[in-house]
Design a protein around this ligand. Structure first.
Ligand SMILES: [Zn+2]
Length: 214
């Protein structure tokens, strides 16, 4: 029995360390882009079916250290060190067993897109090559619709609405909060970052196109 227990603990420790490192790296990279001003944004990575590593509230994401990334359960239990927005992360991991990383930023492009590009509660993007950055999309001749939800401090209610509008919808790998920012996720840290970066760039393109030809 001992021989079986030891490797399981070792794997779990490795998974926890890797998740914490993925969160730290994502935070530092997002900060370098100016996407998480004034300690905003949060990042999480799955450890197993029950636990995630997630940024502590109020931390400068450009100066994240391993100890700024507590390990918490996704069962909805409140944790004193994590952001008020953590329930959105928990809900996404519970609803999507294959999600390994969730990223949330307050980037200028995402926030402007939520305020100026939304129609019918969605931002539609079509005909652009970078759409192929999203998992499952093979051609620019496609259209995605990113849900935009009203910002609220009632995060539990938002989590229920958000899950109903995003999970299981083809081509939906993120959502916007109005006047607030962007959430994106992926099956591993690289995919989540690629989705985040693609969203930001596509929003920038749409905003610039609108400016050039209103
Ligand atoms: Zn936020």
């Amino acid at each position: 029995m001992v021989a079986q227990t030891k490797p399981r603990i070792a794997r779990s420790d490795t998974a926890a360390r890797e998740a914490v490192r993925a969160v730290v790296l994502a935070g530092v990279m997002a900060a370098s882009r100016g996407w998480v001003p004034a300690t905003s944004g949060n990042f999480s990575a799955r450890i197993d079916e029950r636990l995630i590593a997630i940024t502590a509230t109020g931390t400068d994401k450009g100066a994240l250290r391993d100890e700024d990334v507590p390990i918490v359960p996704i069962d909805g239990e409140r944790h004193p060190r994590v952001s008020a927005e953590a329930p959105l992360h928990y809900a996404l991991y519970r609803a999507m067993p294959d999600a390994r990383m969730v990223m949330h930023v307050h980037s200028m492009n995402a926030t402007l897109a939520s305020l100026r590009l939304a129609g019918d509660g969605r931002v539609a993007i079509e005909g652009l090559e970078l759409l192929k950055a999203f998992r499952g999309i093979r051609t620019h001749e496609t259209r995605i619709e990113i849900p935009v939800f009203a910002n609220t401090q009632d995060v539990d209610a938002l989590a229920s609405t958000m899950i109903a509008e995003t999970v299981g919808r083809p081509g939906v790998h993120g959502f916007l909060l109005e006047g607030h920012g962007l959430y994106a996720w992926g099956r591993d840290p690289a995919e989540a970052w690629r989705h985040l970066e693609a969203f930001d760039h596509l929003f920038a393109l749409r905003l610039e196109l609108r400016r050039l030809s209103p």
